[in-house]
Design a protein around this ligand. Structure first.
Ligand SMILES: [Zn+2]
Length: 437
């Protein structure tokens, strides 16, 4: 799990894993992303959606998830930590997809006064902008949702929309051959927590007996034939342990996993040891786990991250390369690998760049990758490409003026390919008409 720690690392070599994850920052975790996207892919196959929304995990204790537009779903870490099983997570994802297929976001944009969906995303990306444009101070904050960013506003769909999303989500799950039990369990959990006033969010996101009754009626009319893949449940338990061990108080985590010897408990104990600064113990435990599952990319990723954060870039490179080879599509592991390569030795700048190129190819909006490319190109004395990469990053962070100025500088390059790319970039409608001074 990384809070774009890449940048924190640049700031100080002694910052280790115990660095706090700030409220409302976006965290990146390849394993969690993989699990959630497997569920979404399965649900989307049976829906009208042509693409799978991108997932963002927001550090927040409350149980919440929300879609902001057709392409993004945000999940609070509290939801992962407090849910009992993956059935519940799948039901919430289906519900959010129900809002998307129902076009509720679009309608909501008209209804919402003040904060629009776009402006909240703006705040989010603005955080990323601060990462690049702002000083090191801003980097630590990570991509932040502004304090009190319109979480509540997002939640305020009408009750009609909520019921529509439930119904659509329910159908989606049945068509995907998945058990719908998670709906009832989730609403029961909401009801219980709401009684204790723990989640004010739910006052706007109605969770009442009505919703439970409606789902029960659907289930009677069309009984479930589906189930939930057991491998999802196993992964959920692991992801929950990783989130909890990174984000909750160590004493709470220890209590939760006390005397448990499950794989999830084991991984949680590794992270807790590392958070307490007991690196040798953490490493011994982690090595045992790797011995038991020698093909698990996330274990190598974790060991690589430990090595990286304790300043051993050579070991970090070895483990992260292994992790990349085992999970070639996990771009966040690739990003960490590129950074370890980049930091370990100037000789590795080209190899780092190769990894970064693969990331921006698959995910052109990956601002972090563009920013690291700036550094890698500079190390390789490729000033024109460095300018181009900086222009790409700045454009995505809404700093059109910087983007234009860097692209114009790249246009003067003697490298014809750089010239050409710079000209194409200046034609991008995100930049056209914007002038630098
Ligand atoms: Zn909803």
């Amino acid at each position: 799990m990384k809070l774009f720690k890449l940048f924190v690392f640049f700031l100080s070599l002694n910052l280790h894993i115990s660095a706090e994850f700030k409220q409302h920052s976006i965290i990146v975790d390849a394993r969690a992303e993989k699990l959630v996207s497997s569920i979404l892919e399965r649900l989307c196959r049976s829906s009208k959606l042509l693409f799978v929304p991108k997932i963002y995990f927001v550090v927040d204790k409350s149980i919440n998830a929300f879609a902001t537009d057709e392409a993004k779903i945000f999940i609070h870490t509290g939801l992962i930590i407090k849910f009992k099983n993956v059935k519940q997570l799948a039901a919430v994802l289906a519900h959010e997809l129900g809002h998307i297929t129902g076009g509720h976001m679009h309608r909501m944009n008209h209804e919402m006064k003040g904060a629009t969906a776009a402006s909240v995303i703006g705040t989010l990306l603005g955080g990323a902008a601060a990462l690049a444009g702002g000083g090191m101070e801003a980097l630590i904050g990570g991509a932040m949702l502004g304090q009190g960013a319109a979480m509540g506003t997002f939640a305020s769909f009408s009750r009609t929309h909520e019921k529509e999303a439930d119904a659509a989500g329910f159908r989606m799950m049945q068509e995907a051959d998945l058990s719908t039990e998670g709906f009832i369990e989730t609403f029961e959990l909401f009801k219980k927590m709401n009684t204790f006033g723990e989640i004010p969010y739910l006052q706007t996101h109605p969770s009442d007996q009505d919703r439970i009754n409606a789902i029960k009626a659907y289930r009677e009319k069309t009984p479930d034939h589906g189930a939930i893949p057991p491998e999802w449940e196993q992964e959920f338990q692991m992801v929950q342990a990783i989130f909890m061990a990174n984000l909750s108080k160590p004493s709470e985590v220890e209590r939760f996993y006390y005397r448990k010897d499950t794989p999830a408990a084991k991984i949680a104990k590794v992270i807790i040891c590392a958070r307490k600064g007991q690196y040798d113990q953490a490493l011994t435990k982690l090595n045992d786990l790797i011995e038991q599952s020698p093909n698990n990319p996330y274990l190598y990723e974790m060991r690589g991250q430990f090595a990286f954060e304790s300043g051993n870039s050579a070991n970090a490179v070895r483990d992260l390369k292994k992790a990349v080879s085992l999970a070639p599509d996990a771009l966040s592991i690739r990003l960490l690998c590129a950074q370890a390569l980049f930091t370990s030795s100037s000789d590795n700048a080209q190899e780092a760049l190769d990894q970064l190129n693969r990331i921006t190819q698959d995910d052109p909006d990956n601002v972090m990758a563009w920013l690291l490319k700036v550094g890698a190109h500079r190390k390789l004395n490729q000033a024109g490409q460095a300018d181009l990469a900086q222009a790409e990053a700045a454009m995505r962070m809404g700093d059109a003026r910087l983007a234009v100025s860097r692209a114009k500088r790249a246009q003067k390059s003697t490298n014809p390919k750089v010239k050409e790319q710079a000209t194409m970039l200046l034609d991008d409608n995100r930049l056209s008409g914007k002038e630098d001074d």
